[in-house]
Design a protein around this ligand. Structure first.
Ligand code: GH3
Ligand code: MG
Ligand code: MG
Ligand code: MG
Length: 318
């Protein structure tokens, strides 16, 4: 599954998703006939945020820009028909999970089967009973929300609440390829807590867990640009992916992150760096070349991390 970075807040995952929904669900009604739009609008307007498109291309554009939660799609439209719209939605990695319901007068079994095989979740024949349509839409929206939540949870690190390694692997590669397409630079910080084995030995493993949570929260706070994100890379290691960032910007952020952790004054009595917990930061920036993969950027940042450690820890290497 691909993640669309335009949905990603800066820093870490949006944990408010775990609470009650904070907004009304968004429905997109697609139909070329104003009268049909009007009827559907009246069925849903009081309960949902309703958006309208009157052609296939406009529907696709709105799916990409307005991130609806469900689409009610007419089949017969001039130019691009509903089947084609559905096909394109299902072929787009960022839209694939968007539920589509056909609403149409073409209601024989063959048409219905065809629509469902294209990936629609339901097929509603006109004329319809408003109460039935409302109930079906509600059920599909609930399924969609549950799916979103599961997907979201599968990308969060349980201990620290930041993104996990799986998310990092997917999104780092995705951002790398995006940088390649747009001829942009991309930066990566790999962060390792200094003398953390000693921290555990001195304060106990539970205190170690709490320290990792604190470090993750500090990293989260330091990343302010939309698109930047922090993830737990391994045990006491974190990674920050920085799209569209040059060396100067990445180095500046690395230094800010380093200072913020030190200034948190988390006592570390057995560190050789000083009285407080510190991190070492490896920083790399690249303008990706075709045929290359994110692994190269990761190796470069990793090498820098090794240098930061050998320079005495508690510092940035670029
Ligand atoms: P260095 O400065 O060279 O990085 O030394 P270090 O001790 O931090 O590095 P090392 O790789 O030897 O040890 C990492 C330690 O991090 C060992 C491991 O027990 C601890 N660690 C990894 N994951 C967790 C975790 O989830 N919780 C706690 N409490 N400790 C963890
Ligand atoms: Mg029509
Ligand atoms: Mg380590
Ligand atoms: Mg370490």
């Amino acid at each position: 599954m691909m993640m669309n970075s335009s949905y990603r807040p800066s820093g870490g995952p949006d944990l408010s998703l775990l609470g009650p929904p904070k907004r009304r669900s968004r429905l997109l009604i697609v139909d070329d006939q104003p009268i049909n739009i009007q009827v559907l609008y009246q069925v849903f307007a009081s309960e949902y945020q309703v958006m309208v498109a009157t052609s296939g291309p406009q529907a696709l554009e709105m799916c990409r820009d307005k991130s609806p939660d469900l689409v009610l799609l007419d089949v017969q439209m001039p130019g691009m028909n509903g089947y084609e719209v559905c096909r394109q939605i299902k072929a787009d990695a960022n839209l694939r999970d968007l539920p589509v319901i056909f609403v149409t007068v073409h209601s024989d079994a063959k048409e219905e089967t065809f629509g469902l095989e294209l990936g629609a979740v339901d097929y509603i024949a006109k004329p319809f009973n408003p109460a039935v349509v409302r109930a079906r839409v509600k059920a599909h929206l609930q399924l969609k929300l549950q799916g979103d939540l599961l997907r979201h949870l599968s990308f969060i690190d349980g201990l620290t609440g930041v993104y996990n390694r799986r998310y990092f692997d997917e999104c780092c590669e995705q951002e790398f390829q995006r940088a390649l397409r747009n001829a942009n630079e991309i930066g990566l910080l790999i962060i390792d807590v200094d003398f953390f084995k000693r921290y555990n030995d001195h304060y106990g493993h539970l205190a170690g867990d709490e320290a990792l949570r604190q470090v993750a929260a500090i990293l989260n706070m330091q990343l302010k640009r939309p698109g930047d994100f922090v993830s737990r890379f391994g045990g006491e290691e974190f990674a920050c992916v920085l799209p569209e960032t040059d060396l100067e910007g990445a180095r500046g952020l690395a230094q800010e992150v380093l200072d913020a952790v030190r200034m948190a004054h988390i006592a570390h009595a057995s560190s050789d760096v000083g009285p407080f917990l510190t991190i070492s930061v490896g920083c790399a920036v690249m303008r990706p070349q075709s045929g290359r993969a994110a692994a190269e950027l990761i190796s470069a940042a990793d090498e820098q991390l090794y240098l930061a450690k050998s320079k005495g820890r508690g510092c940035v290497s670029c």
